[in-house]
Each structure stands twice: as C-alpha cells, then as structure tokens.
Design a binder for this molecule. Structure first.
Ligand code: SAH
Length: 264
C-alpha cells in the first residue's frame, strides 16, 4: 500500500516558505456579458449526514449548472467533487445542493453553487488545464476554497472573522487538500507573500476593487469580484491585467455580503 500523505495538512500560512510561483494565465479571451438566470430549484431529498451516498444529488446539481450555462469542464468536475453538505450545519444539509445561498454563522453566507461556478469559470477564461496560484478573499466556511483547490495549483484564502477562519479549518481538514492555505487577515490588503496571483476571487463586495489586488495580480491574470458599479448596484466585475494595463468588464448584478476592513 502507498503511504498516505502526511497529516495534518498545512492549513495555515504565517511566515516562511511558500510554494514556487506558477506561471499565470495568459489568455486574452473575453467573456460574453450574458446574465445567468437562476431558476428556483426544487428541494431534492438528500440522505446525507447518515453517511449515505450524496453523489447522485451532486451530479444533479452539476447537470443543472451545465444547463444554466457553465461550460468549463474542470469547473463542473470540481463542483461534482466537493461535498457541499459538509460545509453547512447538519440541519441545512438537505438544502446543500439547491441553488441557494445558506447561512454559515457570523451573519455570513455560503454563495449559491451557480454563483461559485460562474465566478470560477470567469477566473479561468481561456486557460487550458489548471490555473496557477489563486487568492480568495472571504474563506467563509471553506467551500469555495475546496472547489478552487481542484482547478488551481495553490489556493491562498483569507478570512477576516476568526470564528469563520477556524470553522473553515475544521471543515477542510477531512478533505486533506494540501494546496489550500488559510490565512486569518484583512483581505483588502491582499496577501503579498503569495503574489503574483494568476487569479484573485472575492466572495465579498466593496465599493471599489482594492489597489492591493490589482498590484498582486500577475500579468495575464484575472480578478473576479462583486463591486458597486457607477449605476449604484453590486455587479460582478472582471479585471484582466495585460501588459497594456487593465481591462475591466461589468457583468450581471449580484448580491454579496460586504467587504469589510480589519479583523473581527
Ligand atoms: N467563499 C465563502 C463565502 C463566504 S461569504 C464560502 O464558500 O463559504 C464572504 C466572506 O468574506 C465572509 O466570511 C466575510 O467575513 C469575508 N470577508 C469580508 N470582508 C473581508 C476581508 N476584508 N478580508 C477577508 N474576508 C472578508
């Protein structure tokens, strides 16, 4: 039998060596700004929590995501791999595969599967194979970090609420994802030690994109973040860093929790 990987996995980054830089995405392709509709998904019976197989209900969710327009095979595969029900309270496990956001405590929510898949697809536009190093702002319960771990070589995920940082650590431990690094810190400052990033993705929305994120993005990399637009509402904003500067696209309206500064 092959020896198991060493355990516990490295889940916290403080000081010290980081994984070597990975080449960022270089594609110039541009996404269509089409708005994904999110039809109400009927509740599905889920027999999780009892140790029963949840793969069928996950496959249904993935089929739904594909029908809603998600095309990236790697993203669909990752969405099919991660046990979303293990990131929410047991009482909510039955709703884990519905297209809905769910409370995770501390007045925060886990994003809808449809939004998670859409944002990661935008992050990966035109990239063949895995993305390089990614920075996620807003670890929350750790679900999206787990999905990202299957589409990127390294995931640095920051959370400002200590209770959620600890919760994500606990949630992620059984999955043994050595390429996920959780950081307790103010994501508005980014995480300089891991820069430059092939992608930056935020699960919290601010009035503007922090300058640190633009600085820490690699040339050729993409940033996907809910941001308040000039029209006064929150929308998904994609910024592509090129050797000429930044290309900015404003896509569909979204509703994310606010991006806040400092620790809590
Ligand atoms: N991706 C998460 C979604 C969490 S909701 C998941 O899969 O569960 C967004 C998170 O962003 C919240 O946990 C909130 O505390 C966090 N957040 C808001 N502002 C932040 C900041 N400046 N730095 C780090 N995290 C922040």
């Amino acid at each position: 039998m092959k020896p198991r990987p060493s355990f516990p996995v490295k889940l916290s980054v403080k000081d010290g060596a980081l994984a070597p830089a990975v080449r960022p995405a270089t594609s110039q392709s541009v996404a269509r700004a089409d708005v994904l509709k999110s039809p109400k998904v009927r509740a599905m019976p889920v027999s999780m929590g009892l140790g029963l197989d949840s793969s069928a209900v996950r496959a249904q969710m993935v089929a739904k995501l594909a029908a809603q327009g998600v095309q990236d095979e790697l993203v669909l595969k990752a969405m099919g791999l991660v046990h979303r029900h293990r990131f929410v309270e047991t009482a909510l496990a039955g709703q884990a595969y519905e297209d809905t956001s769910l409370p995770i405590g501390f007045e925060q929510t886990i994003s809808k599967p449809n939004v998670v898949a859409r944002m990661i697809e935008l992050l990966r536009q035109g990239v063949q194979g895995k993305l390089g190093r990614i920075l996620e702002i807003g670890t929350g319960c750790g679900y999206q970090a787990a999905v990202l771990s299957h589409v990127a070589t390294e995931v640095y995920s920051m959370e400002r609420v200590r209770g959620l940082h600890e919760k994500a650590k606990k949630n992620l431990l059984p999955f043994r994802l050595p390429n996920v690094h959780l950081i307790l810190g103010d994501g508005m400052r980014g995480f300089e030690k891991g820069a430059p990033y092939a992608g930056i993705i935020s699960a919290a929305g601010g009035d503007e994109v922090p300058v640190a994120w633009l600085d820490q993005l690699a040339e050729g990399g993409r940033l996907v973040a809910p941001t308040v637009t000039s029209a006064g509402h929150q929308a998904l904003v994609v910024i592509h860093k090129t050797n000429q500067g930044f290309d900015r696209q404003v896509l569909e309206p979204v509703h994310f929790v606010p991006l806040k500064s400092g620790l809590a």
